[in-house]
Structure formats: structure tokens, C-alpha cells
Design a protein around this ligand. Structure first.
Ligand code: SAH
Ligand code: SF4
Ligand code: F3S
Length: 374
């Protein structure tokens, strides 16, 4: 019996797919190279922008023929998209041939659902459940091992769907994280560990036992072994001096910070609910550059947030020009149903979003060219 997994979205999802693979291999499935060979196909979806969701609808739709040919083929759609009740319903009504639809909170129960489908071939949706610490991962990223340190997000940036599909912040116990890394070090295969969370800097806030992200970084670096340590994503409102010091002083920590700014304009930052200003962001960058020479810096930006004027967009442009990031990701604002920003007036036409995103990408190219020359 063979499985094929299609993964969309962020590293969190890449890592979740390693869990899906672990569950399937425990049940006796083995991986295959094409979906044609598969007995079970899993789509691990992303909901962050409309484009990501459209691709899932297209790709799942294409399986209709395969399902007709092979009645025993099991099709699973899971991940962030299906954690939204309406989207889960829409998927099931559009594609009645899908066997299992389950949300992010229910991933650990995938095996149970597959067994149920094999017996009765019924469709299930479930959107409640717990995180687990026990299920195995089938790691697929070579010398790098992804380590989940927390899940969810409490920030509710007004454009973002993630808090709705990943729930509130929940930190794993430090002891469990350290044990996981110790075990992996014993295996001897891994040279790099990348800690994952939507906002790693708030790691430990919910544990109320004095654990902080900076402490976690120091404690991991104190483990014996030859490895580098990396993490994502940092939120500018929570990236504090202790963490900057840790990156500066711990040899094992990679000198790289992904620090999404989203906008360079204070009015837009405020209505995005980002809780920092342009000035605060630039202060952090100054601090990083003073303490960590040659630190690589990357960022995310959203253009065309509701009401964004040309002048406000220029502030984003000038921020990028000022910081000279090593690279940036520039996204056109995509309204997500259920979020505050989707209900705001003055939605920006697609044409203007395109123009703005192209301007940022041209700027990035120019900066990279100049820096390469230097
Ligand atoms: N937790 C991380 C990443 C979240 S999603 C953070 O806080 O930065 C990754 C990126 O997708 C975000 O940084 C943002 O730039 C972008 N994004 C999120 N929602 C979006 C939306 N509705 N439209 C366009 N881009 C979006
Ligand atoms: Fe989304 Fe903001 Fe949370 Fe990042 S910090 S996941 S952008 S709500
Ligand atoms: Fe990641 Fe997309 Fe979910 S960015 S957390 S897979 S909505």
C-alpha cells in the first residue's frame, strides 16, 4: 500500500506532513513518487491567501477521474483550509468523492479515520482535538530537523486567518523539546534544528514557569553535539534584547532573522494590529546590526491592505530601501473571510496591488544587485 502527500503553505505544514507520513508508515504504507501509484493521497492545505485555496480546489478536482478508475483510492484533505467549517463543507459538497476531511486539530486521529473509511467508507469531518506529544515523525528534510515548539497564535493581525485555523498559542514543555532534540542528536543524522512557531518570541508565555524563548535557545545550545540552531517566525513586537543577545553570543545559532514588517506606515501597522511602529521596527534592526554584525535579515510585506494610499505604500518602499533586506516576500493583500480586515471598506483594486507588489520586487532586485556588486 502506497501513499502520496501534497503539501501547501508554511514550514509548519511541511512538518505536519512529516507527522502524516509517520502515521501512514506506522499503518504499513510506503511512500511513492507519483499520485497515479498511490492508494492514499493526502492534501495538507494552507488558507493564508486565496491563491493557495484555489490551487487545492483545482488539484483535488483533478482526482475525480482517478477515483473513478480506482474505487479503493482514499483521498484525504486536511490542514488549515479544512479547519474552517464552511470551507470543509464546500469541499465536501463540490467533491463528494473525498473520503476524509479533517482539520489541523485532529491530525493525530488520521489513522483512526483511515481505518473507519476502509471498513465503511464514510466521510468524516471533525474539528476538535488535542495536540499530541507521542506520534512519530517521518523526517524528510535531510540534515535539518523541524522542531515544533508551540502551536497557534494569539496576535490576531487583522488580515490573518492563522489564529482561526491553528487556535490559541500553546507552548510545548521545554523538557519535551530538549528530549526530542537529544534523541535526534543520538541518531547522529541531523546537523541543524529549526524551531517552529507562528511567533517564537512569545514561547513560554503560557507556561507560567519562567520559561522564555531566550532560555530555550541557551538550553538547546548547551546540549552536546555539533549542530546549528535556527528558528522562525519572529514577531517584531516580541523580539527582545535577551533573544538578540542569545543569537549574538551562542555560536550554534545561525546569524539570520526573518522579521516580518508587513508595512512601513504607522497608520497601516495600527489597523493591521501589529503593535509596533515603523520607528520601533527600525530600532530593532539597528540593535540587531550593532550586536550581530553580518546578520542576514529577511522580511514579509503586504501591499494593498484596505485603505492603503500611494503615500502609505511609499513608506513601505522607503523602509525596505532603508533596511536593505537580504530578501523579502511581498504579498498582495488577500481578504480572508472571518477576519476583521476583510470587512473593512476601501478594499484596494487588484491592479493597484499588482503594481505595488511589482515595485517592491523591482526594488529588492536592485538592492540585491548593488549588494552583490559590492
Ligand atoms: N506568523 C508569521 C507568519 C504568518 S503567514 C508572522 O506573524 O509573520 C506568512 C505571511 O503571509 C505573513 O507574514 C504575511 O505577510 C502573509 N499574509 C498573511 N495573511 C495574509 C493575507 N490575508 N493576504 C496576504 N498576505 C498575507
Ligand atoms: Fe498571522 Fe499575525 Fe499571528 Fe503571524 S502573528 S500568524 S501574521 S496573526
Ligand atoms: Fe501555514 Fe498556511 Fe496554515 S501559512 S499555518 S499552512 S494557513
Amino acid at each position: 500500500m502506497k501513499y502520496f502527500i501534497v503539501t501547501y503553505g508554511c514550514q509548519m505544514n511541511v512538518h505536519d506532513s512529516e507527522k502524516i507520513a509517520g502515521i501512514l508508515e506506522n499503518m504499513g504504507y510506503t511512500p511513492c513518487q507519483t499520485r497515479e501509484e498511490a492508494d492514499i493521497i493526502v492534501f495538507n492545505t494552507c488558507a493564508v491567501r486565496e491563491g493557495a485555496e484555489d490551487r487545492v480546489f483545482g488539484n483535488v478536482g483533478n482526482l475525480k477521474k482517478m477515483k473513478k478508475k480506482n474505487k479503493n483510492l482514499i483521498i484525504v484533505v486536511c490542514g488549515c483550509m479544512t479547519q474552517k467549517e464552511e470551507t470543509a463543507q464546500k469541499l465536501m459538497s463540490t467533491f463528494p468523492f473525498i473520503d476524509i476531511v479533517l482539520g489541523t486539530f485532529n491530525l493525530p486521529r488520521l489513522g483512526y479515520f483511515i481505518e473507519a473509511v476502509k471498513k465503511g467508507r464514510q466521510l468524516e469531518v471533525l474539528n476538535e482535538g488535542d495536540i499530541d506529544e507521542v506520534l512519530p515523525y517521518k523526517r524528510t528534510s535531510g540534515e535539518n530537523a523541524w522542531i515544533n515548539i508551540m502551536q497557534g497564535c494569539n496576535n490576531f493581525c487583522t488580515y490573518c486567518i492563522v489564529p482561526y485555523v491553528r487556535g490559541r498559542e500553546k507552548s510545548r514543555k521545554e523538557e519535551n523539546i530538549l528530549n526530542e532534540i537529544k534523541e535526534l542528536l543520538k541518531e547522529g543524522k541531523y546537523k541543524k534544528f529549526t524551531l517552529l512557531g507562528q511567533n517564537v518570541n512569545s514561547y513560554g508565555n503560557d507556561l507560567n514557569d519562567g520559561t522564555t524563548f531566550a532560555k530555550l535557545l541557551h538550553d538547546i545550545c548547551a546540549l552536546d553535539g555539533d549542530f546549528t540552531l535556527s528558528f522562525m517566525t519572529s514577531h517584531p513586537k516580541d523580539l527582545n534584547d535577551d533573544v538578540i543577545e542569545a543569537i549574538a553570543n551562542e555560536e550554534k545559532i545561525e546569524k539570520y532573522i526573518h522579521l516580518p514588517a508587513q508595512s512601513g506606515n504607522n497608520r497601516i501597522l495600527k489597523i493591521m494590529n501589529r503593535k509596533y511602529t515603523r520607528e520601533k521596527y527600525l530600532d530593532i534592526i539597528d540593535k540587531i546590526r550593532a550586536k550581530i554584525p553580518n546578520c542576514r535579515l529577511t522580511s514579509d510585506f503586504i501591499v494593498g491592505f484596505p485603505g492603503e494610499t500611494d503615500e502609505e505604500f511609499e513608506d513601505t518602499y522607503s523602509l525596505i530601501e532603508k533596511v536593505r533586506f537580504d530578501s523579502i516576500f511581498a504579498f498582495m493583500y488577500s481578504p480572508r473571510e472571518g477576519t476583521v480586515a476583510a470587512r473593512m471598506e476601501n478594499q484596494i483594486p487588484e491592479k493597484i496591488k499588482h503594481e505595488r507588489v511589482n515595485k517592491l520586487l523591482a526594488l529588492e532586485k536592485r538592492i540585491q544587485k548593488e549588494d552583490n556588486k559590492r
